[in-house]
Write a protein that binds this ligand. Structure first.
Ligand code: FES
Length: 151
């Protein structure tokens, strides 16, 4: 399937400020992310400063500003998960990835911290690609993540 160009996507939107976010969401949906170059072109099209456009794009968790990684790990860092040990889990995730990215140089890895995932009673919560893991403990992180390296 051939992807449309940014210019073609923008034809669906009048260059009014209220259409900025719908256009950004559409671009994110089609390309999987909104590049820095796209942000500049969007700013120009919608008469925003590049800083305003970049700030608006980065505000939304669901809008990516770079291509998706092979392994995307989200760690919930909202207060309930934090109180249940999310910081220690995050540290273990970082340690695991540091060790394994040296072993597998082709892997594209990314850790993101996220706000509440609506599973507070079962925190700490991590999401690996689209799989949700509840009640994660630092000592269970290796087993969870290792399974993704073996695939
Ligand atoms: S605080 Fe982590 S799921 Fe709600």
């Amino acid at each position: 399937m051939k992807l449309p160009t940014l210019q073609k996507i923008l034809l669906d939107f009048e260059p009014a400020r209220e259409n900025f976010l719908p256009a950004v969401k559409k671009i994110n949906q089609i390309f999987g992310y909104v590049s820095q170059k796209d942000i500049y072109r969007l700013a120009e099209y919608f008469s925003l400063s590049p800083a305003e456009a970049a700030s608006a794009v980065s505000f939304y968790d669901d809008i990516r500003i770079k291509p998706k990684s092979n392994l995307e790990i989200k760690v919930c860092m909202s207060t309930p998960c934090e109180l249940r040990g999310a910081s220690a889990v995050l540290k273990e995730v970082e340690n695991f990835l540091r060790a394994n990215s040296e072993r597998d140089k082709t892997a594209r890895l990314e850790i993101m911290t996220r706000s509440c995932q609506g599973r507070c009673q079962r925190g700490p919560v991590i999401i690996v690609n689209d799989n949700i893991y509840d009640e994660v403990k630092p000592h269970t992180v290796d087993d969870i993540l290792a399974s993704y390296f073996e695939k």
